[in-house]
Design a protein around this ligand. Structure first.
Ligand SMILES: Cc1cc2nc3c(=O)[nH]c(=O)nc-3n(C[C@H](O)[C@H](O)[C@H](O)COP(=O)(O)OP(=O)(O)OC[C@H]3O[C@@H](n4cnc5c(N)ncnc54)[C@H](O)[C@@H]3O)c2cc1C
Length: 423
């Protein structure tokens, strides 16, 4: 089978890359090893919190607002605040997969599920074709690696507390395989502050029905519930999280629960026996990962060296998106990098110069900052519009705004209004 653009991995990064390449008129195949989109986005849901609001508006002004319109359209709660976070929107994780699949298919993206890429054919430094585990060969002109950085099981055992039976479902579909790795690119793993490798995913899903009626009501009505944790039960494992934006004391004193369809517990794991000692949680059960009483998946194990155009270094027809493109955490961040990777993949196909987003836009600035971090010997720290160091930088640099007019002005001054929608 032959395509202009082949995207490996159907998380938010790969979905955005495939959609943008299709919008640009290329023939596109999206190869996903499981039976659902969008990867870890099946377990997430938080959008537009803090600086992610600015980034979503920037993307819309740049002409790539479709995926934000999609998550907005299936949001269970809009504009809610929780500790350290303002104006969050929570999409329904139960609906996202089907809605997203239809949107991509209607845009002309050919989605092939159950296609785990395990081999690459090269012509010197150029990729020619990829081959899936069941033996299908896909020939392409340009490729995007959006296979993420999580797992597989051996890595979760080595750097975490074992396979936590998460939504990536490695035992059934086979573990993550990096396209960059298959193309001979030397990738980098992130480091934790204590020198450990990778980072543990930062939230769990609880079965809403297993919680007290009072907590369920609060979640349904307000979108968030804060459940006090008795002193004797306080856990201190927040620093292990990939999502440093939630490693705040408020998240240890109380359980922060968000309604994304399930009850999203903002902790990397929580021992079930302790959880059930907290009033209202006596019957609590984990939904994702199933072993959330013990651990969670390990991520940031394989990031690719790349330019700020998201072309992988020394691989002219290979681009990268999402967590593969550096230590950036989040759906919004993956959609930003995915869109740019898909756009530049088609520019490469047509022999045009590649686009770098300018530092006057938060979307350009975060890609440059994460790119600098990737150049360091040790990649410590994570970048997200929603918290920790990059969120502080966004505010310091005056990049954060909730004003649509201001965002439009910045994009216009950069000469990029609607660029992602233009063919
Ligand atoms: C539990 C959890 C909760 C989260 N909650 C939030 C949240 O609320 N809000 C937020 O903004 N962010 C959240 N995040 C972070 C966010 O989900 C990620 O940073 C982002 O979505 C990563 O997208 P990605 O496309 O880079 O990778 P992934 O989501 O990891 O997707 C990679 C995809 O590639 C596929 N794949 C891997 N190898 C191959 C192969 N060889 N061939 C074919 N396919 C392959 C995988 O099956 C997977 O679908 C959460 C993360 C986790 C784990």
């Amino acid at each position: 089978m032959k395509y202009d653009v082949i995207v490996a991995g159907g998380g938010w990064g790969g979905c955005a890359a495939a959609l943008e390449a299709a919008v640009q008129g290329a023939s596109v195949v999206l190869l996903e090893r499981t039976d659902m989109l969008p990867g870890t986005g099946l377990a997430g849901g938080i959008m537009r919190n803090n600086g992610r609001f600015t980034a979503a508006e920037e993307m819309d002004a740049l002409g790539a607002g479709a995926l934000f319109a999609l998550t907005d359209s299936i949001s269970r709660h809009k504009n809610i605040d929780f500790p350290g976070h303002r104006h969050a929107w929570l999409y329904d994780v139960g609906k996202v997969s089907g809605v997203l699949e239809r949107t991509l298919a209607e845009s002309g993206v050919h989605i092939v599920y159950g296609s785990r890429i395990i081999k690459a054919e090269m012509d010197k430094e150029r990729l020619k074709a990829v081959i899936s585990a069941e033996g299908t060969r896909y020939e392409g002109k340009v490729f995007v690696d959006a296979t993420g950085t999580a797992g597989p099981m051996g890595e979760c055992a080595r750097y975490g507390n074992g396979c936590a039976a998460c939504v990536l479902r490695c035992p059934v579909f086979g573990g993550r395989v990096s396209l960059c790795g298959l193309a001979g690119v030397k990738e980098k793993a992130g480091r934790r502050e204590d020198g450990g490798t990778g980072a543990m995913s930062g939230s769990c899903k609880l079965m809403k029905e297993s919680l007290s009626a009072g907590i369920q009501k609060e979640l349904e009505e307000a979108g968030a519930a804060l459940v006090p944790v008795p002193d004797s039960l306080r856990e201190d494992h927040l620093s292990a999280k990939a999502c440093q934006q939630y490693a705040l004391p408020e998240f240890a004193r109380q359980l922060v629960l968000l309604d994304t369809g399930h009850a999203k517990l903002m902790a990397p794991w929580y021992p079930l026996r302790k959880l059930r000692c907290i009033p209202g949680m006596e019957n609590a059960r984990f939904e994702d990962p199933y072993a959330g009483g013990k651990g969670n998946s390990i991520r940031f194990l394989a990031m690719a060296p790349r330019e700020n155009t998201l072309q992988v270094k020394e691989r002219p027809n290979l681009f990268c998106a999402g967590e593969k493109a550096g230590p950036m955490v989040g759906h919004t961040e993956a959609i930003v990098t995915g869109t740019l990777a898909g756009f530049n993949a088609v520019r490469r196909l047509r022999g045009k110069s590649l686009l770098t987003l300018p530092g006057s836009l938060a979307c350009g600035d975060i890609i440059a900052c994460a790119g600098e971090a990737l150049e360091q010997e040790q990649v410590v720290g994570k970048y997200t519009f929603s918290g920790s160091a990059y969120w502080e930088r966004m505010q310091r640099m005056g990049l954060y705004t909730t004003s649509r007019e201001e965002v439009e002005k910045r994009v216009e001054e950069a000469g990029l209004t609607g660029i992602f929608a233009e063919k």
